[in-house]
Ligand binder design. Structure first.
Ligand code: JFZ
Length: 467
């Protein structure tokens, strides 16, 4: 341990003692830049009751829709190395093409996102109807998008841009009423010696230290830096390659620095964290007694690739959001900005289209829970249970040609059925096989029309319900 680190420890210790007398705040020297951010909660996964856990997870469960941002030095090669288009994910180019560390590090000299506008990004997320942003603080290439004392391989020391991009986005997100989270690749690190690499190291420089050195000298200090400086609402671990229990425990212990923080199931050593993270897919059913979040790309890559034009349509993305909500999950939808700091226009267009739909129909998504129906012929359903009864939101993908929307087996007394967008009332009937809402004409929304059905009590489904 260097003298510098001891000084930092002593300083932090003194602040903790002082802070303990007056407030719960933890400050590091760098925290001064972004003001003293108070912890958002009092508990972490480490030390709480189920009730406290519900409280800590409440904003996340209500949010439903977030923006993932994969941004780093890999946006410079943007999928091409030595004139060859490298197959696979843009952010994996160093590994896929076995680029030597010294060569890859040259790309940082071209990382100069002068067009970066964190307010515009936060505004875009808000316009899309997203409630949180999670950005890569460090991906597998080990490059830090924030200043760090642990390594020179960071945006301030290694690029012409020379400025932090994480703090300004944290501030912008909060100004726009969004929660802000960080992705941190805790195990894989292809440029800081000793970091893990799926497929193994390919450059001697990567072997200069052990993985335990890497955990102690890079991952632990950097996670401490980001937790105390930016107070992320979410810490998104990834690819727990070679994460022993001893290594995972060192990182997990740091969560106490940032009470309220939500973590995923990718730390390693069997730790489940708070959320399941199905990737690029929507599970057939949700997860029993587990919060979950599907993360997905809009094209075929997380990090920017100049030639990946495989865009999902906005209609498809809106239906995916509905599908996920109907199964009780969150949707974390990725954008991959360029090295100039631009979110590609096709991604912007799709986010705006989703936002248009959400502006009218968001009530059927936010703060809802999973559908009570195993299967519905016309599409999906979400619900909101309150003391006065239950609201069902029918997410109609296929507008029925016979005008009947059947809720199989639903036995409850019904209060009302309306088209969410217009408020128009709809007639209903209650045959033996469930409740039917009657509609006419063509779908009010070309993508997903929402019908709001209020019923008394909790959904009461007979065994007929579509099995
Ligand atoms: C990881 C990363 O390697 C990738 O670059 C990106 O950041 C993505 C969000 O996460 O890739 C994974 C991680 C987990 C699985 C698959 C790919 N998985 O659990 O199936």
């Amino acid at each position: 341990m260097t003298g510098n680190r001891w000084m930092q420890r002593l300083w932090l210790g003194a602040v903790l003692v002082l802070a303990g007398c007056a407030t719960q705040k933890v400050q590091t020297p760098a925290a001064v830049d972004h003001g003293l951010l108070p912890p958002r909660g009092t508990t972490t996964e480490l030390n709480e009751t189920p009730q406290q856990r519900d409280q800590r997870m409440a904003w996340w469960r209500a949010a439903k829709f977030g923006m993932f941002i994969h941004w780093g030095v890999y946006s410079v090669p943007a999928g091409t190395y030595q004139g060859r288009q490298i197959p696979g994910l843009g952010e994996w180019i160093m590994n896929r093409a076995k680029i030597p560390c010294a060569v890859y590090q040259q790309f940082a000299k071209e990382f100069n996102p002068v067009q970066y506008d964190p307010d515009a990004w936060a505004a875009l997320a808000q316009e899309a109807g997203m409630k949180y942003i999670i950005i890569t603080a460090k991906h597998h290439d080990g490059f830090c998008m924030f200043p760090t004392q642990a390594s020179k391989w960071n945006i301030v020391d290694a690029t012409p841009y020379g400025k932090d991009v994480i703090g300004p986005l944290a501030d912008a997100a909060r100004r726009h009423g969004l929660h802000f989270g960080l992705y941190y690749s805790q195990a894989q690190d292809w440029n800081n010696p000793g970091g893990a690499a799926i497929g193994g190291h390919w450059d001697k420089a990567q072997d200069a230290k052990t993985m335990d050195d890497y955990i102690d000298q890079i991952a632990v200090p950097q996670v401490r830096e980001i937790l105390t400086r930016y107070r992320p609402a979410v810490l998104w671990w990834d690819t727990p390659r070679d994460m022993t229990k001893a290594r995972a425990d060192k990182l997990r212990a740091l969560l106490a620095l940032d009470p309220g923080v939500i973590t995923n199931n990718r730390l390693g050593a069997g730790y489940k964290g708070d959320t399941e993270t199905p990737e690029q897919r929507i599970p057939a059913t949700g997860f029993k007694n587990r919060d979950w979040e599907t993360c997905m790309t809009i094209n075929g890559t997380w990090g920017y690739k100049s030639y990946d034009k495989n865009w999902k349509s906005s209609d498809d993305l809106i239906r995916k959001l509905c599908d996920i909500a109907s199964k009780g999950g969150n949707f974390l939808l990725n954008v991959g900005p360029t090295s100039q700091g631009i979110i590609p226009q096709p991604e912007v267009d799709r986010l705006r289209a989703i936002g248009q739909w959400m502006k009218v129909n968001g009530e059927a998504i936010y703060d809802t829970t999973a559908s009570p129906f195993p299967k519905l012929a016309f599409g999906r359903c979400t619900k909101r249970v309150t003391e006065s009864g239950t609201t069902l939101y029918l997410l109609v993908f296929t507008w029925p040609s016979d005008g009947n929307l059947l809720l199989p087996g639903l036995g409850n007394e019904v209060t009302s059925a309306t088209i969410l967008a217009s408020g128009a009332s709809l007639p209903m009937s209650h045959p033996a096989d469930g409740l039917v809402v009657h509609v006419t004409g063509k779908a009010p929304d070309p993508v997903v029309s929402v019908i709001k059905v209020k019923i008394k009590g909790m959904p009461d489904l007979s065994p007929l319900a579509g099995h």
